[in-house]
Every structure is written in C-alpha cells, then in structure tokens.
Design a binder for this molecule. Structure first.
Ligand code: GRF
Length: 234
C-alpha cells in the first residue's frame, strides 16, 4: 500500500514539483502519493502547483490568520502517513512531531549541522556559506524533531562553492541537487526502507546501505591523492 503524503511548503514549491515528477516517473513503483499540499502562506507558489495537478490544498491557520486550516485536522482528514517539508519555514508543532515521529522529513540547502537552526533558511543559508569561506556546501535530507534542522540525518550530498559565487548562483547549484536527492529520500521513507532507526549509525547488517553515495570508491583514491598533491604543490 502506498503512503499518503502531505507536503508542507512556504515558497515556490520546486521541491514539491520534483517529488511529483519523480513519482510520475516511478509510476506504479512509487511508494507514496501526495494527497494534500498545505502552506502557511496564501500566495505560496506550491499551492498553485498543487492546484494545477488537482491535488487538494489548504492555507494553514497562523496567529494572524486564525481562520485557516488546522494542521492536525488536515492530517487526520487526509489520513496522512508521512509529512514532507519542502521549503516550509515554520516549526512543526510539538504534538504533531510526537504523533508523527520518524514520519516527518525535511530538506535543508546546506550540510547540517553546519549552517542550520533558527533563522537559517532560504538565501540566508547561502549567504552565510559564502561569508564563511567554506569550499563545500550541499544538501541534507533529515527526519524532523522538535528543533529546527536538528533531526537525524538521512542523506547528504556535497556541492562545491566557487570563488565567484553569489547567493543566486550558489542557491541554484544547490537546488538542482535538492531536486535529485529529496524525491528519492521521500520515496525511500515512504516505502519503509529508510526509517528513523536504520538511518542512524552505519552498520554491516543494516537492512539498507546507509553509506553516503559519494563515499570514495577504492579506484578513485589515487586520483584524489594526486589532485591534493597537485593543489598543495607537494
Ligand atoms: C529549498 O532550498 C529548500 O531546501 C529550503 O527552501 C527552498 C525551497 O524551495 N528549505 P522550493 O519552494 O522547493 O522551490
């Protein structure tokens, strides 16, 4: 049986779109269906994308808009198994986290635990990355707990930071990777192959291969050593 997925998004919804298109490609092999999209912002592009796909959507209640939909009710009404945050800027209420522990995932446009936490979202993340001078950033998909960007990490992928990068060029390089990584993580969690328990510590008898996909392969070691020596001039 497929997981019933709610996607929560505050922005344009390109990650939502990537998930929908990945599910389209998988066809009957997909492990989930996006059955509702919700946003804390009435003007979120994600809602428009849901409308175009004829997926039910809702604007959530906030302090300034109490007449909006209540998240818990929406989840009950649509019999949601898995909550997928895709550019959702609000903290998920603790009671929802408790009820859905191990069944809420998020994507973050940096390599957590670096460049995460309260206030680290959208362009601010990429700005902080550039300001820090790091040469590598990336994408993190993780389970959600009660704190911003702190839940257990499921998968990460590195993205280079180039000398001439500004927030725009870096954000679009990172976003391309988000669109590849996140739909696959969502499908894996929806299928039950990736769980809060089995993505913890790499183990030889883990039911899934939890090594990061960019683990250095044996035949690449000499190339890396050569590159480092060339770069350092030693
Ligand atoms: C993405 O960079 C995501 O990692 C971050 O917010 C952005 C949302 O983009 N959390 P979109 O709304 O999916 O286009």
């Amino acid at each position: 049986m497929r997981s019933r997925i709610a996607v929560l998004a505050s922005g344009g919804g390109s990650n939502l779109q990537a998930i929908l298109e990945h599910f389209d490609r998988l066809g009957d092999a997909r492990a989930g269906d996006v059955v509702v999209v919700a946003s804390d912002r009435a003007d979120a592009g994600a809602l428009n994308r849901a409308m175009l796909r004829k997926i039910p959507f809702a604007v959530l209640a906030t302090a300034t808009r109490p007449e909006g939909a209540a998240l818990d009710q929406l989840l009950d009404e649509h019999e949601i198994d898995l909550i997928v945050l895709a550019g959702y800027l609000r903290l998920v209420p603790a009671r929802v986290v408790a009820e859905y522990r191990g069944r809420i995932v998020n994507v973050h446009p940096a390599l957590l635990p670096a460049f995460g936490g309260p206030g680290m979202y959208g362009q601010r993340v990429h700005h902080a990355v550039i300001e820090s001078g790091v040469r590598v950033t990336g994408v993190t998909a993780h389970f959600v707990d009660e704190q911003y960007d702190r839940g257990r990490i499921i998968a990460q992928w590195p993205v280079p930071v180039f000398a001439g990068d500004d927030v725009g060029t870096l954000a679009s390089r990172v976003l391309r990777v988000e669109h590849i990584l996140y739909p696959r993580v969502v499908n894996s969690v929806a299928s039950g192959r990736t769980t809060l328990e089995n993505c913890a510590v790499p183990s030889h008898d883990a039911p899934v291969d939890t090594r990061p996909a960019f683990t250095l392969l044996a035949h690449e070691e000499s190339r890396l050593a050569e590159n480092i020596e060339l770069t350092l001039g030693c």
